[in-house]
Design a protein around this ligand. Structure first.
Ligand SMILES: [Zn+2]
Length: 402
């Protein structure tokens, strides 16, 4: 019985073979799909700033590129070295740099080459036409968005709304502002509105980190005001509104109103992240009440990108994650992103693994008779570039649409 099951799993069924034959008769080969996936200039709709080598946000050297999040403790850094994603990632980076496959070899190459040189190597090999940076992670010696344009044709900004709120409150600490919920909300809304006017491509919320995705849609001004008062009691810099749930929810709903009035996408982090995040509460199923609320039905947030899952999971995990997305989601709502941060290599690994995984998933869809190869080629272009270009409205003056 067991043997029969494994045999079935290994051999493609006759319909699959017929489908592949059909595709080949159509005059197209899988090599065309491979070529498209390997050559396309991708659009990374979600990533973060690269920082200098001596930034104090890098505590564990290059291995930290294989942990989750910009800050990692010693345990996470030690254990990361025994993960499948580290083993493969180290080989991929060593091959790119032409060094021996060892942590020492790669670290020595980075030190001798310097940040400019390795960034150039990684981003050239990643082959992006555009990246959109959420610069809301505070990191010491971080390079600003402009700096990234030295290596990529186009870099745009994503505005992290919780950080805007915290910066306003931090400034208030310096100049002795005494906020009411009304004066603070006004400052918050006008700050975001002014930033929108300077060209951003989306708003972003990390409400999943700040208590989870179950938003109280009926939070009152009085509740938010009390929450604000709690934040300001003994507040120091850097200031976080984390866990002050009524204020977080209140501001989140304000942000949705702004996203709606400017027709901006709202990025919402879901799923796993660094240790601040409670996975039980970051399941997007908790977000249902917002999705069903008529006030926000025109909000542009029901798309998916697979950043962080790629490249942080094993190869099996990455392929199964993207297959799961396509189980139900329309192809033109699924997007590549890296969620890369701090290390240029995270951009390279995100790009390289995404190409491998998208090829594998679409090839299987051809073998299973779901897509013709010609359709898989179009799907690859959509997932790796065109969906993001459309969704974030990246102008054709900045980018060539594949
Ligand atoms: Zn991110």
């Amino acid at each position: 019985m067991l043997f029969a099951v494994s045999t079935l799993a290994i051999l493609p069924n006759p319909t699959a073979i017929e489908a592949l034959k059909l595709a080949q008769e159509e005059g197209m080969e899988l090599s065309e799909l491979r070529e498209t996936v390997e050559e396309i200039e991708m659009v990374d709709g979600h990533c973060h700033n690269i920082v200098e080598f001596d930034s104090n946000s890098i505590t564990g050297g290059f291995v930290q590129a294989f942990t989750v999040g910009a800050f990692a403790d010693a345990d996470a850094i030690a254990f990361a070295q025994t993960s499948l994603s580290f083993k493969k990632g180290l080989r991929d980076v060593a091959e790119l740099y032409g060094t021996e496959v060892s942590l020492q070899g790669v670290e020595e190459y980075r030190r001798v080459s310097g940040l400019q040189s390795i960034t150039s190597t990684c981003l050239k090999a990643a082959k992006f036409s555009a990246i959109l940076i959420d610069d809301g992670i505070e990191m010491d010696k971080r390079n600003e968005i402009e700096w990234h344009k030295n290596f990529i044709p186009f870099a745009g900004r994503i505005l992290r709304t919780e950080r805007v709120a915290e910066q306003i409150l931090e400034q208030g600490l310096s100049n002795g502002s005494s906020w009411t919920i009304d004066s603070f909300t006004e400052a918050y809304v006008s700050n975001i509105t002014l930033t929108v006017a300077k060209e951003i491509y989306a708003l972003k919320s990390i409400v999943a980190y700040y208590g989870g995705l179950e938003i109280n849609l009926n939070v009152t001004k009085t509740e938010a005001e009390e929450s604000l008062r709690q934040v300001l009691i003994n507040a120091t810099k850097p200031l976080y509104i984390l866990h002050h749930r009524n204020l977080v929810d209140y501001l989140f709903l304000q942000s949705l109103e702004i996203a709606l009035s400017y027709d901006l996408p709202m990025q919402i982090h879901t799923g796993f992240g660094d240790r601040l995040l409670d996975l039980r509460k970051s399941n997007p199923l908790h977000f249902r009440s917002v999705l069903e609320d008529k006030r926000y039905s025109k909000c542009r947030f029901v798309y998916l990108d697979f950043g962080l899952a790629i490249p942080k999971l094993s190869m099996h995990g990455m392929i199964s994650a993207v297959k799961d997305l396509l189980t139900l989601a329309p192809i033109n709502k699924v997007m590549f992103s890296t969620d890369a941060y701090t290390f240029p290599e995270t951009f390279y690994l995100g790009a390289k693994n995404s190409r491998e995984v998208v090829f594998s998933v679409l090839r299987d869809a051809c073998i299973d008779g779901e897509l013709l190869i010609s359709e898989a080629v179009e799907a690859a272009k959509d997932i790796l570039a065109r969906n993001a270009i459309r969704f974030y409205k990246i102008s054709s003056s900045n980018i060539t649409v594949p």
